[in-house]
Ligand binder design. Structure first.
Ligand code: ATP
Length: 243
């Protein structure tokens, strides 16, 4: 049991959760390494939602609500860390949820689907096809899901898949603590924030956008500005780290 007053409580709970889900076959072992990379960047932004990330989260809500067909693509790490948060965002945004894995096996797809369903997520089912032009099974997606989507939210994604989805003409929103990653630089909109903070913030924004605000946010979206703001934030913190 992790004591609630531990200064790193949230981080330790996340580790415990992701380790348990790795044992249950929901998270791939490679996912543990990806989580560690995320943690390091979270340290650098001070483990909180920055002003620019909050702006990105409101813009993400606007994009999901304005989409013809929005799909949230969920992998093992996202399912392990944020199943309930995905359910709430699905409810608020009306987006479909598709399980999509880098290390894809039918068994993991089923385990993750069961885990998400137990937390109240309605998961798309169907027969996957090689829709996204990528080698191996990473290219498999549902024609009625990601195949048909105009806006895809892909938390914790890898750069290749993000680029392939963009090349298909889709708007891609990602949540990635590393503002230097290929995903962060390729996405239409990058939220540099931890996934369990970012998802509830997008959900809250879905219900609080003022009339006309969504259109304004989408029209003024500047991903390079958002990435630069995240990097500046990290640089500032490093510059004053020992004061
Ligand atoms: P790319 O291929 O985009 O250059 P990568 O090889 O680092 O990046 P992955 O290994 O798939 O991509 O890692 C996924 C990304 O998710 C990493 O950049 C990591 O910083 C980020 N990440 C990991 N855990 C979290 C989390 N809990 N919240 C937000 N981002 C996270």
């Amino acid at each position: 049991m992790i004591p609630k007053d531990h200064p790193r409580y949230r981080s330790l709970v996340a580790r415990e959760r992701i380790a348990r889900c790795a044992q249950e076959g929901i998270v791939a072992l490679e996912g543990l390494a990806a989580h560690g990379r995320g943690e390091a960047f979270d340290y650098l932004i001070g483990e909180r939602t920055t002003e620019s990330a909050a702006l990105a989260e409101r813009t993400a809500a606007a994009m999901l609500l304005a989409a013809r067909h929005a799909v949230i693509s969920v992998n093992g790490n996202t399912a392990a860390l944020a199943a309930a948060e995905i359910a709430a965002l699905q409810q608020a945004s009306g987006a479909d949820v598709e399980v999509n894995l880098f290390h894809r096996t039918e068994e993991r797809i089923e385990r993750i689907t069961r885990h998400l369903t137990a937390h109240g997520v309605r998961v798309l089912s169907g027969t996957p096809e090689r829709i996204v032009p990528l080698s191996h099974d990473r290219g498999l997606s549902l024609p009625e899901g990601i195949g048909d989507a105009d806006v895809v939210l892909v938390p914790l994604e890898d750069g290749d898949r993000c680029a392939a989805l963009r090349a298909m003409g889709k708007a891609v929103i990602t949540i990635d603590l590393n503002p230097l990653s290929r995903t962060a630089r390729t996405a239409t909109l990058t939220i540099v924030d931890e996934v369990t903070r970012a998802l509830p913030a997008i959900t809250a924004a879905c219900t609080t956008l003022e009339p006309g605000e969504g259109e304004r946010l989408i029209a003024s979206l500047d991903n390079t500005y958002l990435l630069r703001a995240a990097i500046d934030e990290m640089r500032e913190r490093l510059a004053h780290a020992l004061e």
